[in-house]
Design a protein around this ligand. Structure first.
Ligand code: UD1
Length: 333
């Protein structure tokens, strides 16, 4: 079975390609390397002992996209290709909507014309905005996003719903990720943000390695057990395996629009992360308490029941595994 993985050289994309190749899927990667490095491909080959096809280019180029579908009989697409820096999206909304929404419209048009109607789409828990209750089920209200990145995910979800409404032959799986962290246990692939990391775990890793001086904890006055923000962190390898389950589901059901939360269903605070990182890795994390970050919410964690029941998806890695692997990758890179 041939799977086109857009953004396959990126953080979640590369881990998913490893798991797809391990399961003997044929993988075609489309990437423009705007936020990833070509060396990742050699690492994927090394980890799996298998090869994949590469198309380097931009999804905004429809001819290029069409060419990929003409040259390959693609059974299913996993679409990871998107910008994902929340702060940057506020400064560059046009770039974000173009890259995250227009590119998907191109992809859907080309898929439709090529009669390939199976798609797994990377969405985010950010579509829930500030949830009224936790744990969050897939039925919870969506909307109230606070930045163009989040809104771009919301828009694409709506586009996919409208598309399915218009043509029930489509077979779509929307995956709403909670907080993907960690790295491949080999330490060869992981998250490599450009510049100063905006997300918690990459930032902690850089403080541990001495590349950054100290972590700013954004607020300790939230209504949570220790006052710091609570999130549902999921190991990136578990998340990658969730995509395999989604592809298997699409193969089985043939048509439909399905939405799943991918999280572990446990909320950990920022201080839980700092303490666990210190204890599993025997390092010291300097931190200070800073004001809340604009747009942050107090608590966000998933109800993972639906993915478990319908996809058979059960993440197995603990917070300790996530933070051990994050540190291993940091030391390696
Ligand atoms: C963020 C995005 C979300 C995106 C996700 C991708 C925002 C508002 N949301 O989620 O849309 O899908 O990344 O992984 O940016 N924290 C600190 N100090 C730091 C960094 C973070 O205290 O230097 C805290 C935050 O306040 C939060 C927690 O750590 O409570 C997690 O933050 P982060 O890793 O940035 O993820 P989210 O904000 O949950």
């Amino acid at each position: 079975m041939k799977i086109l993985v857009t953004g396959g050289a990126g953080y979640i994309g590369s881990h998913t390609c490893v798991e797809l190749l391990n399961k003997n899927y044929q993988v075609i990667i489309l990437d423009n390397f705007s936020n990833s490095k070509k060396e990742v491909l050699d690492k994927i080959r090394f980890l799996t002992g298998k090869d994949m096809k590469l198309y380097e280019g931009n999804m905004l180029d429809k001819k290029f996209l069409m060419n990929i579908f003409q040259e390959n009989e693609i059974d299913c697409v996993i679409d990871f290709a998107a910008y994902k820096a929340v702060g940057e999206s506020v400064k560059k909304p046009v770039e974000y909507y173009t890259n995250n929404v227009s590119s998907v419209l191109n992809l859907l048009d080309v898929m439709q014309k090529s009669n390939c109607k199976s798609l797994v789409f990377s969405s985010s828990a950010t579509v829930y905005g500030d949830p009224k209750t936790v744990p969050i089920t897939e039925e919870a209200e969506i909307g109230g996003t606070t930045n163009p990145y989040g809104t771009s995910k919301l828009f694409v979800e709506q586009i996919l719903k409208d598309l399915y409404q218009s043509d029930n032959e489509w077979n779509i799986c929307i995956l709403r990720y909670f907080n993907p962290v960690g790295a491949h246990p080999s330490g060869l692939i992981g998250e490599d943000p450009k510049g100063i990391p905006a997300n918690l775990v990459p930032y902690i890793s850089k403080v541990a390695s001495g590349k950054l001086e100290s972590l700013s904890i954004f607020g300790n006055d939230y209504d949570t057990k220790d006052g710091t923000g609570i999130r549902d962190y999921i190991h990136v390898v578990d998340l990658a395996l969730g995509h395999i389950k989604a592809v298997e589901k699409l193969c089985k059901v043939k048509k439909g629009l399905h939405i799943y939360n991918l999280g572990i269903g446990i909320g950990y605070s920022v201080l839980d992360l700092v303490k666990t990182f210190e204890s599993v890795n025997c390092v010291k994390i300097n931190y200070k308490i800073s004001p809340r970050r604009a747009g942050d919410i107090a608590i966000c964690y998933s109800d993972p029941t639906k993915a478990k029941k319908e996809l058979g998806f059960e993440p197995s890695k603990t917070l300790e595994d996530m933070l051990k692997d994050a540190w291993n990758y940091e030391k390696n890179s």
